[in-house]
Design a binder for this molecule. Sequence first.
Ligand SMILES: Nc1ncnc2c1ncn2[C@@H]1O[C@H](COP(=O)(O)OP(=O)(O)O)[C@@H](O)[C@H]1O
Ligand SMILES: [Mg+2]
Length: 247
Amino acid sequence: MNGARPAGDSSQLEIRIGEKAYPGANGRAQTAVRGLELAIERDSFTVLIGPSGCGKTTILRILAGLDTAYEGTVQWSEAPRVGFVFQEPQLLPWRSVRQNISLTAAEAFSDDDLRELAEELGLADVLDRFPGELSLGLARRVSLARAFASLPNVLLLDEPFVSLDEPTAARLRRLLVRVWSSRPTTAVLVTHNLREALELADRLVLLTPGPASVLADIRIDLPRESRDEDAIEALRSKLVRSYPAQL
Ligand SMILES: Nc1ncnc2c1ncn2[C@@H]1O[C@H](COP(=O)(O)OP(=O)(O)O)[C@@H](O)[C@H]1O
Ligand SMILES: [Mg+2]
């Protein structure tokens, strides 16, 4: 059974994935998610962390409604409007940056909103360029802008800063926090990078190596503005001591 029904009051969505399996090349099914249960609060920033291949992308695709071939339910408290930031920016190469952002924008997203968002994300000067002219860092910003322009109530981010050099990734994480903070949205980001997770999350969900299920559910109470390098390193080493086999 699978489907979407209303979630309870306090949570934006309730996830129960009994099992998600892919048919394997040898005819044996490969189980990617098993027994994953998670309720996500409205306007929270949840980071799911787990190793490569553990089932992170599979979970996000199910939440986005891109994959309905699983056992379980995803219940929403209101009709989902999903903004998806894919691992690869997936921009249309024959459209300008402006068109890439506008194509899937919500009706209520005005030209002024676009200008403001582009300013915030440092894209104002590249709106008339084509994706092929952009660095990966800029393309990732466009992909973030496109997701926010759809005025989502849930933002799903699949390792959005992977393969960037660390200073660029750090700059983009700060931009994401700034843009997200001024636009109340429930965010679910997946990563295998613990420092990144600790910089962004107010809730960290450790996944089992696969099939994915919840290994630990950790609230990060430290305000984001206090999360400097030392604070993050302290949190990181504490977690690594608690979960030496997983982190
Ligand atoms: N389309 C697919 N067909 C078959 N197996 C898949 C497919 N997509 C993912 N898998 C398998 O499911 C598991 C989880 O994959 P994925 O969700 O992409 O993990 P992650 O995003 O954590 O790296 C992996 O073992 C992967 O090989
Ligand atoms: Mg993935």
